[in-house]
Design a binder for this molecule. Structure first.
Ligand code: ADP
Length: 540
């Protein structure tokens, strides 16, 4: 308190010298620094020279009364905050009210009571310094918040910039890897089918498998990166989940048979509809079943669906149980982390990059589901997935899910072989596609957009397969737009035949006016199935 007194500068304004002297002495005795003024004008000058911490202001003064002085001070930004205590005669209630209205903090009645004056001065001086302190702290805090906000804004800009660079890099990497992969997978598939020499057939088989593995790894890394860059958007639709699981189980039949494993699907729940993102859901179930097969040398893989009620919600439970190698207890947690595996190091016995379960977990949780595992080393593992259900719904057409028989033969009722224009600047893909389609259509191949536009002027094509990135010259979208202007080409199917296969690429490209979309790399089965669909549906 004494500290405050030494610091406090008080101005007393009164036209009565006796009053002035009395008050000044009283406050000086208390160690306050005191200045005095005998009229309003002198007081304003003194305040102008140096702002006091408190003003004791007499109301009744000649020339300029205390109210006038107060008004001037309150108008001025720099003096507005100086606390004022009016001094007034005991009976002047009106004056007291007016003083408060003008912004005075308090009043002292005359003749003054020593204890009262000292108490009020002490209170207001303390308040003044406390408020000033608070203001300083506020300013410091505001400064810190401002600085932090600026830093965060810079960090956000940087993060957005790196996210853009990352997305660009992903798009580029995806495109650059898909194009050569389409050649590797396509050509090895052709050799594998055509080659008679068993040793060469085996080699091509290995190239095909290695290429497919690389494609799966690429897809897994891209899937995960897209989740991290928040670009993955959910596309919920109502689906009979048991039917969906059954179809996925079926697609693993050959793989299980090849390893002499029994693959069973037990549907204990009947038809159950749930809102899922079909692509994500398929990836989850695929990853879990594929692991069950990969990590089992013999025995059974059982996939069971059932439903139950938990926390007031209805859930579908999908269990994938295997009799495989099992997982050590201390690894049960880490196997869901990125790139982590129960068996790590150069001597590990299994292929894989350790992303399948990470993706399965993230895709399950993003769909409001749960994933867990119990396992016994050497005996087997059971992965349990739970997804929330909706009780009613419409069946989603499963025609598109039907397993395509990879015969390579076209089941078309059309009498003539369709004329197909292939626009592709990569020689290997040009040749692979040519061989894949040779028995089902007349294929004309061109390597740039300009030649594609010229070709349609001379011949009528039934379908056009158009690569999007065509190197120099116009791109596939511009070529498609030119072709659409030609007579007879307004409605013919034009397939985007592209290595742009990231999240959202399909929708974006179809919006450009392509009728179909085929991402690279593709298998013979995929391209012939697409052609069959187009022949049968569009060219009826
Ligand atoms: P990857 O199979 O490519 O290594 P995942 O993320 O799919 O990656 O699996 C992580 C690890 O979890 C595997 O490396 C394996 O050690 C273990 N694991 C996953 N599924 C099974 C299973 N069904 N049986 C035994 N181990 C499994």
């Amino acid at each position: 308190m004494n500290d405050l007194k030494n610091k406090a500068d008080i101005l007393i304004v009164d036209d009565h010298p006796a009053n002035l002297q009395l008050l000044a002495n009283l406050l000086r005795d208390e160690d306050y620094k005191v200045r005095i003024s005998t009229n309003g004008k002198l007081a304003l000058k003194a305040i102008d020279n140096s702002h006091p911490h408190l003003i004791l202001l007499d109301i009744n003064m000649p020339e300029m009364d205390g109210f006038e002085v107060c008004k001037v001070l309150k108008k001025n930004e720099t003096t507005r905050e100086i606390p004022i205590i009016f001094m007034t005669a005991q009976a002047d209630v009106k004056d007291k009210v007016k003083g408060f209205e003008l912004g005075a903090l308090d009043y002292i009645t005359k003749p003054i009571q020593i204890e009262e004056v000292l108490a009020r001065v002490r209170t207001h001086i303390t308040l003044f310094f406390l408020q000033r302190e608070m203001k300083n702290i506020n300013q410091i805090l505001e400064g810190k918040v401002r600085q932090r906000t600026e830093e965060l804004e810079i960090a956000l800009d940087k993060a957005e910039e790196s996210s853009k660079i990352k997305s660009h890099f992903l798009a580029l990497m995806s495109h650059e890897l898909r194009t050569p992969l389409a050649g590797i997978i396509g050509l090895s598939e052709i050799i594998k089918e055509e080659e008679k020499n068993p040793e060469l057939k085996e080699f091509s088989d290995s190239i095909y498998n290695a290429g497919t593995r690389l494609k799966d790894t690429l897809n897994a890394i891209l899937d995960l990166s897209r989740l991290a860059t928040d670009k993955k958007q959910l596309d919920f639709i109502k689906v009979d989940i048991t039917e969906r699981v059954g179809l996925i189980v079926k697609s693993f039949k050959d793989e299980a048979k090849f390893k002499n494993l029994n693959l069973n699907f037990i549907n204990k729940s009947g038809i159950l509809f749930g809102d899922i993102d079909k692509t994500m859901f398929d990836i989850v179930i695929n990853n879990i079943i594929s692991n069950a097969i990969k990590y089992s040398k013999e025995g059974n893989i059982q996939i069971r669906t059932s439903s139950d009620i938990e926390d007031g919600y209805k859930w579908i439970t999908i269990e994938v149980e295997d009799t495989g190698i099992g997982i050590p207890e201390d690894k049960l947690e880490i196997i869901f982390d990125e790139y982590r595996q129960a068996d790590e190091g150069m001597k590990r016995n299994f292929e894989g990059v350790g992303l399948g379960l990470t993706i399965a977990k993230q895709y399950t949780e993003i769909q409001n589901g749960k994933i867990s595992v119990v396992s016994q080393l050497g005996k087997g593992s059971t992965f349990t997935l739970k997804f929330p259900l909706n009780s009613s719904g419409k069946t989603v057409s499963l025609t598109e899910e039907k397993q395509f028989e990879n015969t390579g033969k076209l089941n078309t009722k059309k009498k003539h072989m369709p004329n197909v224009l292939l626009v592709e600047n990569d020689d290997i893909i040009l040749n692979v596609t040519d061989i894949f389609l040779k028995n089902i259509c007349n294929l004309k191949k061109v390597k740039c957009g300009e030649d594609a536009v010229k070709s349609v002027e001379h011949k009528k094509f039934d379908i056009i397969l158009m690569d999007i990135s065509l190197g120099l010259g116009i791109d596939g979208i511009a070529a498609k737009n030119e072709i659409r202007k030609k007579s007879g080409y307004q409605n013919i199917p034009i397939v985007a035949f592209t290595a742009q296969a990231l999240e959202g690429d399909k929708e974006r490209i179809l919006k450009e006016g392509f009728t179909h979309y085929l991402p690279k790399p593709f298998s013979k089965g995929e391209i012939t199935k697409l052609m069959e669909d187009i022949f049968n549906d569009t060219l009826k």
